[in-house]
Every structure is written in C-alpha cells, then in structure tokens.
Ligand binder design. Structure first.
Ligand SMILES: [Zn+2]
Length: 262
C-alpha cells in the first residue's frame, strides 16, 4: 500500500461569531501558513450567519491547496438514522445549504460530512441498511455529492471505498471516526493528546488510513490555546508516524486510493 493517509477535519457548525472569534484567523495561520491539510465541513446556517467572515477567509485560503471547504447540511439534519425526517425535508435542507455555499465560496460543495444528531432515533450501521437511508443516499447523489463518509454496513470502521456496490461508482467513501466530542469535550487537552496518540498508533499498526473528527467549537473552547496548538501537536505526531495528511478533495482526485475498494 502507498503511504497511509490521515484525514483531519473541522465540522464547522457554530453560527455564533462571538464564541468563534479568532478561529478562522487561527485556521489560516495554523493550516495555510503551517501547511497542514484540513477540510472544513460547514453548515449552511453557520455560513449564512457569518457570511462576511467566511467570504474573507475563503478569499485568503482558496488557492493554498491546504484548506478544503465542503458541506455539513444547513441545519445539522440527520441522514442515516432509523427515524430521520421526511426525505423532502432533508433534501430541502441540503439544497438550502448548497445555495449558501455557492454564494459565500463561489462553488458548489461535492462533499458532505454526515451529522451526528440525537432527534432521529438509532444511527444506522450503514446507508444501505434500510430503504429510507438508501433513498437519502440517492438524494445526495442526485444533488451532485461525490465525497461521503464510508458508511456502508459491509465496510465496518470505514476506510476509503467506492460506493459502486450501491450503484454509485463515482462516489468516494472516506474514513470518518474518533470525534473530539468523545476525546476533547470537557476534558484536559493533555489527556486528549495522549488518547489521540494511541488512536494514531492503532491505525498505523493495523496498516489503515486514519481520521479524526474535530469540531470548530470543541477545538476552540477546549483546545490548549487560541492558536490551535493542540491540532499542531496532533498533526506533528501523525506525520512523525509516517502518515500523509490530506484533504478529502485531494483523496477524491487520487482515484487509485478508492476506485478499486468496494
Ligand atoms: Zn456536526
């Protein structure tokens, strides 16, 4: 296998510009200047309420090659749950979000991170588990999504894959696990760092690609400082181990990574 990939991301979902004051500037410093690839999966609501900030941010980073922006629904709505909302409601939510993305970033997203929600019943093991979740996947494919978390029941923890088995050979599945709501929220950043190091070691020993799910609000409120210093330490450890950091778009364009993996 070629060099294993590690995906770092911020699910960017805090619409409150006061709480998040300084975050985007820190992202520019840490990720653009520091050359640490990152994907920001942004909710439409967050972009809508902080349009100017995100527009300015994107102007500054769009050509860097280190920062990718993709979607996280408009209102943080559940997909892949046993009792998710009506399909038309979910579709309208995503369409609304994509329109805001086009407005703020001048481009339509081709990738999504699915939302963890508590109002839609049991989270399914995969999008192929029930008819409703298959319809949700078909809807996202119809809206032009090419980059999705690897959530097929047959894929387990989720490595890079193609959704070909479900009829979407042009959709890439990417690894998505280890949320900072588990390892950083209300915890000491030092404890968080040692936990993350163990996770990184495990991926390496298994010869797997790795991922960490981070959130804008969680890193900003619970990280070690207001400079994303914890993320720097995490990125350094991942690289020392031997992984290559990448954005989801980098991975999508590297077809040998996922085309043959079902
Ligand atoms: Zn989320």
């Amino acid at each position: 296998m070629e060099t294993p990939i590690f995906l770092l991301r911020y699910d960017t979902e805090c619409p409150d510009s006061e709480i998040m004051s300084g975050f985007l500037e820190a992202v520019i410093k840490r990720h653009k200047a520091g050359e640490i690839p990152i994907t920001l999966f942004c909710t439409g609501e967050t972009l809508n309420k902080r349009r100017h900030e995100f527009h300015t941010f994107w102007d500054e980073v769009r050509d860097s090659g280190y920062i990718d922006v993709q979607d996280h629904s408009y209102s943080h709505i559940g997909v892949g749950y046993e009792e998710s909302r009506a399909l038309a409601v979910i579709q309208a939510d995503y369409q609304h979000s994509f329109a805001v993305h086009e407005d703020v970033f001048g481009k339509r997203p081709i990738g999504v991170a699915l939302c963890g929600v508590s109002d839609s019943g049991r989270r399914l093991n995969g999008l192929d588990e029930i008819e409703k979740s298959r319809q949700e996947l078909a809807m996202l494919a119809y809206l032009g999504i090419k980059i999705m978390p690897a959530r097929l029941t047959s894929i387990g923890r989720g490595q890079f894959c193609s959704y070909a088995e479900m009829g979407y050979s042009d959709i890439m599945g990417y690894p998505s696990a280890e949320s900072d709501t588990e390892w950083l929220w209300n915890k000491d950043p030092k404890t968080a760092l040692s936990y993350v190091k163990k996770v990184v070691d495990e991926y390496w020993e298994l010869g797997q690609h790795g991922s960490l799910i981070m959130h804008d609000w969680c890193q900003w409120q619970f990280g070690s400082d207001k400079e994303l210093g914890l993320v720097q330490k995490i990125a350094d450890y991942i690289r020392e181990k031997g992984f290559r950091l990448a954005t989801v778009s980098d991975c999508y364009h590297n077809e040998t990574l996922w085309r043959d993996h079902i």
